[in-house]
Write a protein that binds this ligand. Structure first.
Ligand code: MN
Length: 281
């Protein structure tokens, strides 16, 4: 490891309203500039005030050309879809959904025992040759996500490998690392990241020194090219989602819940929705 990845951008998450009026914190959203390739969107659901009114969710909506990754820490999300799948994504669970050519689904958050809902949704792009592939789910329950734990470092490994501990989500086109990393105070952590891969971290608790710069929650951080990351903690612990993946370097045309490569493909998608041919048997 000889080229440290430095911080290239710090993003302050912005409040956004999505679905049927769900308030969330959004750090990145699909844009044709594709600056976070292969990552498209990162949303943070944090409902910590049980008095904030009735819970609204994301009623039936389509997706094509992307993967949506839901990771819940508190509360749950009930989902059901056009393929006949239904279930509850609970605390510590992950649903890695590859929409491929298309699904229609509903995602409805539910409060946990303390009244809170806390979780993340990441969108990962699909390369052009997989945008019209068969939809696929990887449902991962909390118990099957391994935890790497050593010397004040605690990592839930969803996708990728940490020192021989490999996450259960596999066969994803972007070859992603997706990990929930917690560092105790007074730690210096070095971690290899494949060269050429995009690296972002979402710092959501505490504070740490990322490649020499102090970052406190809540921030999205993008890193420069290099072969490793270094995070130090001083008096406080830090917790962040680490996301890395291979960019596809293809043009993208995002349109709401669809991300395709050309405008014609978006127009075709909208036509199929109108014609009732969007869902393929
Ligand atoms: Mn969705």
């Amino acid at each position: 490891m000889n080229q440290l990845r430095t911080i290239s951008q710090i993003i302050e998450p912005q409040t956004a309203i999505e679905g049927a009026g769900v308030r969330l914190l959004r750090s990145i959203a699909p844009k044709s500039s594709n600056l976070f390739d292969p990552f498209l969107l990162f949303d943070h659901f944090a409902f910590n005030d049980p008095l904030e009114g009735p819970l609204r969710g994301f009623p039936m909506h389509p997706h094509r050309g992307i993967e949506t990754v839901t990771y819940m820490l508190e509360g749950a999300t009930h989902h059901r879809d056009s393929l006949g799948n239904a279930g509850l994504i609970g605390p510590g669970d992950v649903q890695w959904m590859s929409s491929g050519r298309g699904i229609l689904h509903e995602e409805m958050p539910r409060r946990g025992p303390s009244g809170n809902i806390y979780g993340f949704q990441l969108w990962v792009n699909l390369p052009s040759h997989l945008k019209m592939s068969e939809p696929r789910y990887q449902e991962v329950t909390a118990a099957t996500i391994p935890t790497y734990e050593k010397d004040g470092v605690r990592i839930r490994v969803v996708a990728g490998t940490v020192d021989g501990v490999t996450g259960p989500v596999t066969d994803i086109a972007a070859s992603p690392l997706y990990m929930d990393v917690e560092l105790a105070p007074g730690i210096e952590w070095h971690f290899p990241i494949p060269g050429g891969h995009t690296l972002i971290t979402y710092v959501f608790q505490g504070e740490g020194v990322f490649s020499g710069e102090t970052i406190d929650a809540v921030k999205m951080v993008k890193f420069s090219e290099g072969d490793h990351i270094m995070v130090k903690t001083e008096n406080n612990p830090v917790r962040f989602m680490l996301m890395a993946g291979a960019p596809f370097k293809e043009p993208i045309v995002p349109y709401g819940p669809f991300v395709m490569n050309t405008l014609e493909e978006i127009q075709q998608t909208l036509k199929e929705l109108r014609d009732g041919t969007f869902i393929k048997e």
